[in-house]
Design a protein. Sequence first.
Length: 138
Amino acid sequence: MPAVARKQPFRLTSPTIREHPLHKQIADVLAREIAPAGRVSAHGVMWFSIDHADFAGVAATRIGRGVIAGLPDLFILWLGEVYLIEIKADDGIASAAQRSIIAGAIYSGCRVAVARDARDVLVIVDAWRIPRAGRTHL
């Protein structure tokens, strides 16, 4: 008698949020908690992102200006210190260029972290004791 293939049971899984919408969500939370991007908060905190993706084949132009692969997604400046956060989707891993930049940033004295969602970013900001409004509760 031939073996009958057993059907795998259906499993409902939540979708992985890709980095672009995740980054937008995190930017919205930081704007609410600290200040809009590029603006200084009442506590002297400023954050921003740099879009260094290779759109429209202009990579050579960006590299010529010093925009290199592996730069972290979020930059936070406070009290003369630089804090860097790399945003990764749940299934994302750091590239070799990202690992190299992270290592160099740590060696240079920057604080660096990887976040998977807005909650992670707030936990990181709180761990670094960077002042925020406290409008978003974990």
